[in-house]
Design a protein around this ligand. Sequence first.
Ligand SMILES: CC(C)(COP(=O)(O)OP(=O)(O)OC[C@H]1O[C@@H](n2cnc3c(N)ncnc32)[C@H](O)[C@@H]1OP(=O)(O)O)[C@@H](O)C(=O)NCCC(=O)NCCS
Length: 145
Amino acid sequence: MTLVAATPSHAAALAAIHAESFPPPDRWDRDAIAALLAQPGIIALIDPAGGMVIARVAFDEAEILTLAVCPGARRSGLGRALMDEACRCAARAGAASMFLEVSDRNAAALRLYGSCGFVQVGLRRDYYSNGSSALVMRKTLEYVS
Ligand SMILES: CC(C)(COP(=O)(O)OP(=O)(O)OC[C@H]1O[C@@H](n2cnc3c(N)ncnc32)[C@H](O)[C@@H]1OP(=O)(O)O)[C@@H](O)C(=O)NCCC(=O)NCCS
């Protein structure tokens, strides 16, 4: 794994990974990603092999905004590595908890998040445009220098 901190100069590469990983209505374009990266509290990581994660830290809470691994790079541990590093970065930035939302139909992500230590703390019914519900999940972060 070659995870690097993403800057606005990575926006096109991040958008390309996002586009390969999500269906058209859910894709984030380069400009949207560049604008997000310019906001305070953003943690963004990219692996040139085809993975990216963006999280936001606000005070003692953090949230995964998106996570994507290109189909050709899946099941080799990249998703887990991105999640683990995003959690470490958020803890170093002062977050005590990481939150995320995930569709109850996204079996791969649910397995990944569960194995990373996230537990369900809420449910938003009919949350997504395809009618699926969102599980709200949380993980306690431990600061490791
Ligand atoms: C979810 C996603 C990021 C996983 O990325 P990945 O690099 O394949 O994940 P990893 O290789 O690190 O897998 C870690 C664990 O997650 C689980 N997992 C991953 N993909 C899975 C699948 N298709 N089915 C079941 N479990 C899966 C497994 O427990 C796996 O461990 P194992 O390989 O030892 O069995 C990737 O499938 C993806 O980008 N999907 C489309 C975008 C998306 O849904 N993002 C999340 C939105 S909330």
